[in-house]
Ligand binder design. Structure first.
Ligand code: ARG
Length: 475
């Protein structure tokens, strides 16, 4: 909308004083200010949870004798009708009514008359919004938990299938020791497993009901906070009314979870991108996860992992936004908190999309076993195994290290891997090297020898995958 159009709209909009709080006002709020302070454009997303919270509140009030059962029922019917109007796109949102809460309350009163005005008894938008976001985020967390579990399941199954696929393991991105591709995938799964734990932790801590805190100090009505808490499936009511309306830790905590998760997925993306390159050629991603170039016909770009890596930036940004939003706020509620929603909503959307993309893509990764094997052979990845072999003959490790260093230097000069050297060639570096050395110099021998919990031996990887799958399945 252009500025001139906006100001025309501003002039035509606000001719009336807000009905919800305008009693002490002599003039309507400035039209621009109304737009500036309104949140309805984005917080309408909370409508279902707002209505659910209101219905719970109405029945608590009737239980406490503040409303009659008939009034609570009339309110419930009205709110349910409004929910279906919103769902079918018939509801008209008004900026003048500021936010989702007042839009729905005004529509309720228009629909059922003065009984609608009784709904807000013993409640404030401050505890209302604190409740709504918790209810909304709790549902989103449950969806995200399912997506994360689906991704983990696909990843672990691929790991099990690739438990004996040999690839180079890296430190400093230099070939270090051979590992199996399955082992590498299970390392990724460990990151996700901890992320899942953080998500569950966040859900546990947010699951306390703020309703009843009212504006900040509680309310004089004979409310029953356990009633609303139980009917909204919270674990218990919050302990302190001031904290209840001001706390947004749960949103920050969720964003911290999201940042760490996306950081992990960004690292995975980085590896996928490297591995699909002509320089590595370790894997293929199916065409449906890639795009081409409009100028270079040969290109197949790994867009999905690149975008996930890129989106990590905005999710990290949202975490910083929320931390900064909170850092100087005095107790209790401040309007600043209205700014919590857009970063939180976008974080949820981004996490869901990234998980969905990964859950589809990861099981479809095709390992290029021959290239991985060749690469593992190229970088003297069994040098440590040769040193360990020499230690087995009684040579101190430091001396063995030196001997192998010399053999590697020879290999570089001759362009030969240790396993491709003859016994004669190897024996020039130590007379302790005998014919049995070749069983440890092979890539297969090297990985099989790391046969302990957490090691890369194919049997260990299979067993670890089975354990990981059981953990995910038992959630
Ligand atoms: N739209 C507001 C928010 O998101 C609702 C609470 C408003 N409370 C108030 N006292 N102005 O935070």
């Amino acid at each position: 909308m252009s500025t001139s159009k906006k100001s025309a709209a501003d002039k035509t909009q606000n001719t009336q004083i807000n009905q919800s709080w305008g009693g002490r006002f002599n003039e309507p709020v400035d039209a621009f200010v109304a737009r500036f302070t309104a949140s309805v454009d984005f917080d309408q997303r909370l409508f279902k949870h707002d209505i659910r919270g209101s219905i719970a509140h109405a029945w608590m009030l009737s239980d406490a004798g503040v409303l009659t059962d008939t009034e609570a029922q009339t309110i419930t019917d009205g709110l349910e009708a409004i929910a279906s109007e919103i769902e079918t796109g018939k509801f008209i949102w008004s900026i003048a009514l500021e936010d989702v809460h007042m839009n729905i309350e005004a529509a309720l009163t228009a629909k059922i008359g003065d009984v609608g005005k009784k709904l807000h008894t013993g409640r404030s938008r401050n505890d209302q919004v604190a409740t709504d976001i918790r209810l909304w985020l709790r549902d989103e967390i449950d969806t995200i938990a399912l997506l994360l579990s689906a991704l983990q399941t696909g990843m672990i199954e691929l790991a099990s299938a690739e438990s004996d696929t040999i690839m180079p393991g890296f430190t400093h991105l230099q070939t270090a020791q051979p590992v199996t591709f399955g082992h590498h995938l299970l390392a990724w799964n460990e990151m996700l497993e901890r992320d899942f734990g953080r998500l569950k932790d966040c859900r546990k801590r947010l699951n306390h009901c703020p309703l009843g805190a009212a504006a900040l100090a509680g309310t004089t009505y004979p409310i029953n906070r356990n009633h609303t808490s139980t009917s909204l499936n919270f674990d218990k009511p919050t302990e302190n009314s001031l904290d209840s309306v001001s706390d947004r830790d749960f949103a920050i905590e969720f964003c911290a979870f999201a940042s760490i998760l996306l950081t992990h997925m960004s690292r995975m993306s980085e590896e996928l991108i490297l591995w699909t390159s002509a320089q590595f050629q370790f894997i293929d991603l199916p065409d449906r996860f890639c795009t081409g170039s409009s100028i270079m016909p040969q290109k197949k770009n790994p867009d999905v992992p690149e975008l996930v890596r890129g989106k990590t930036g905005r999710v990290n940004g949202h975490l910083v936004s929320l931390l900064t939003l909170m850092k100087s706020q005095p107790l209790a509620y401040n309007k600043d908190n209205q700014e919590d929603k857009e970063p939180l909503f976008d974080t949820v959307d981004t996490v869901r999309d990234c998980l969905r993309a990964f859950a589809d893509m990861v099981p479809a990764i095709e390992a290029n076993k021959a290239e991985m094997y060749k690469a593992a052979k190229r970088g003297f990845s069994t040098a440590t195994d040769l040193a360990d072999y020499l230690v087995g003959t009684g040579i101190p490790f430091r001396d063995a290290h030196e001997v192998v260093g010399k053999a590697v230097a020879y290999g570089i000069a001759e362009s030969k891997d240790l396993s491709d050297m003859s016994l004669e060639e190897l024996a020039q570096f130590s007379d302790q090297i005998k014919n049995d050395v070749f069983s440890v110099l092979t890539l297969e021998g090297s990985v099989a020898a790391r046969d302990h919990i957490g090691g890369t031996a194919p049997t260990q990887v299979k067993a670890a995958a089975a354990r990981a799958l059981e953990k995910v399945g038992s959630r």
